[in-house]
Design a binder for this molecule. Structure first.
Ligand code: AMP
Length: 304
């Protein structure tokens, strides 16, 4: 059930109608690991530069269940940095800047002790780095990737190669449209299945998600968050994936019913991320908070 993640550890600057946060801890890998850690132990493999603030490390070290032995500090390099601005509806955002830094360098090495990892999540980063990663994990049982607009724009060929090698893909509806030129999430997901994976999750923000699996289709609503709880949606997608993969790793299988439950755990875990800037809410979260909210979600989403 060992779960490993690679992706970005970022220095984020976020502007939202609810306020701004500058130079805070972010990155796809950081959010994923924090969220997954409430479900399963998680191994992080990522690189940061010499400019990575010590207080960012302390935040990650504060989570039980996150191993940081695969975190490389490259003294002469710069940490990945990202800036984004949310529009009034808090569902859409624009990227203000992306400074790739270490992401343009060779992929970080998977430590010897992590090579037996069975469940692997390739959080958002350059598809070439994601591909280089899979080569280092020959014993994996399941590899799932995330991607986003930037990579579909500048590294589509590498992304297509990656899709032939992973078992699952998680992406949002606008990215699914960009990748397939199909607006309908179910049809887009089915088209992506033809490119290689056995399951595809299309996230639709506040409208939930669609799962296309080789053995069927499933849907799930989002957690019904009230407007005043939505402070900063950054990292919600990565946290969703963290909760989902944490559940799959513990279950030890990825059949349709297991992934369906995993989507619910991912949804509930991510619903906490958007209650604060950066990883602040996750840092104060307890597993019991997730369990309580899961019970609420079960009640709210009951069908039949
Ligand atoms: P999400 O809101 O789940 O899409 O994830 C936002 C996080 O992803 C932020 O904390 C950023 O640091 C990070 N991020 C933004 N753009 C990229 C990118 N192109 N590749 C990898 N990570 C990114």
């Amino acid at each position: 059930m060992s779960l490993l993640v690679t992706g970005t550890i970022g220095i984020d600057t976020v502007h939202a109608p609810t306020g701004s946060a500058e130079g805070v801890l972010g990155g796809s890998c950081a959010y994923f690991a924090a969220a997954a850690s409430f479900h399963s132990p998680v191994r992080v493999v990522a690189a940061v530069g010499g400019d990575w603030p010590d207080d960012h490390r302390k935040v990650l070290e504060g989570f039980d269940n996150i191993s940081l032995d695969g975190l490389e500090v490259r003294a002469g390099s710069r940490t990945f940095a990202w800036g984004g601005k949310y529009f009034a509806n808090m569902n859409e955002r624009e990227t203000l800047f992306t400074e790739l830094g270490v992401v343009e360098e060779p992929a970080p090495m998977v430590p010897e002790a992590y090579r037996d990892s069975e469940y692997v999540f390739l959080a958002n980063t350059h598809p070439e780095v994601q591909l280089a990663f899979l080569d280092q994990l020959p014993d994996r049982k399941l590899a799932v990737a995330d991607t986003m607009d930037l990579w579909i724009n500048i590294a589509r060929d590498e992304l297509v190669m990656l899709l032939e090698q992973v078992d699952g893909l998680v992406l949002n509806d606008s990215e699914a449209l960009q990748l397939t030129e199909v607006r309908n999430a179910v049809t887009a997901a089915r088209k992506i299945l033809e490119m290689g994976p056995t399951f595809v999750v299309v996230k639709k923000g506040e409208h939930g998600c669609v799962l296309a699996h080789e053995s069927g289709v499933a849907v799930l609503p989002a957690f019904p968050a009230e407007a005043h709880h939505v402070i900063d949606p950054t990292g919600a997608g990565d946290s969703f994936a963290g909760g989902m993969m944490g559940h799959i790793a513990v279950a030890g299988r990825a059949d349709l019913p297991t992934i369906q439950s995993a989507l619910a755990w991912g949804t509930v875990t991510a619903s906490f991320t958007l209650e604060s800037f950066s990883l602040d809410r996750l840092a104060s979260l307890k597993r019991a908070d997730i369990d309580r909210r899961m019970a609420e979600f079960r009640g709210a989403a009951r069908v039949g």
